[in-house]
Write a protein that binds this ligand. Sequence first.
Ligand code: ATP
Ligand code: MG
Length: 386
Amino acid sequence: MGTKTAPVRQSVQFNKKLLDKNALRVVNTIHKAGFEVYLVGGCVRDLLLGLKPKDFDVATNAKPEQVHKLFKRSRLIGRRFRLVHVMFGAREFIEVATFRSGKVQTAKNGVITNDNCYGKLEEDVVRRDFNINALYYDIHKQEVIDFVGGLKDLEAREIHMIGDAKQRFEQDPVRMIRAVRFSKKLGAKLSPEINACILEQAPLLGNISPARLYEECVKLFQNEYSFEVYEQLEKYGLLAYLFEQTRNNDFVKKACINTANRIKRNQSVTPAFLFAVFLWQAQNERFALIKKRQRSFHLAMMQACDEVIMRQIKQVSIPRYLSARMRDIWMMQAKLEKMPPKKIEFLLQHPRFRMSYDFLVLRSKSVNPELKATAEFWTTAQQRDA
Ligand code: ATP
Ligand code: MG
């Protein structure tokens, strides 16, 4: 399987400042060793739109072992696919993938069980998800290679699936949430076909492993258009397969917008905060039920936290250090609400104070207006403390 028509080649000189030096080093080394090599996917898409890419992916006809040999600091990785990570720091790396053919083996339900056959460039194109994500950039010729009409789609701000949308979503349902995310990120319209298929196929998302969905959820909500994505996921019925316990309210909306603003201002964000917001109402409801038979406030709170988190991680896993933070934020709310005179200093010094305070402020601005004075109390207490 591959694409038969000749590709469109378009000369483009990208702004050097937007190109990642390490990615260029990797491409140059592989090129010098005599292989075919390109920048590919989201980075080319973003560069064409003048956006700073989040990461740079490299595609080549060199086999993973051959790439590995070219770079001292590289490692072969791969659960589903064999890839090479060329390391430039503890967490900084460039991912190099060998061209793969679109030949896939699927299980009875259509899910991909093996698509790890190496192929040619024109075969690699068709295994990608959307036309806009299947552009290749040859840095030596300074040209974009487009087999599928991705350039035209970018211009028109449209997202079209490569191949049959229904089948491609069956093969990998995560493509549905990717489509929603890209449409908001790029201000692009989903094709009518994609639109109809997501509405129909949303339940397939329930088959994806919680660990994979965690990674995707961070990408879905930690960005400048967080709430728009949230609303779309809800509209398409996808949210129920990620956060079934979450209901849209003003708190959720304000927290998403707050996250987006923090990212725009280059402030730090943690998924723990947003996830704590998403599950707060559910935690409260569980607590109210448990409290009827459990007299200890503390134990009832702990049990409600446990139950809500246990139910959540069946859909989207949450690393333990993050769920511990969520618990801290929740447990701190009652303490902050009490404003205990003898414990003010202690609470102000608590490592989770800042996050819990932000949480309280957002509650007071949305679902708990009666907490306005309490929030102001803590604002003043911090100023006094500074
Ligand atoms: P961003 O980095 O902004 O999230 P991206 O498009 O670069 O967007 P990545 O997850 O970095 O997304 O993937 C890089 C490329 O790999 C994509 O552009 C696409 O070509 C391909 N790809 C990623 N995930 C899938 C998938 N589930 N199905 C098909 N192709 C995919
Ligand atoms: Mg990317």
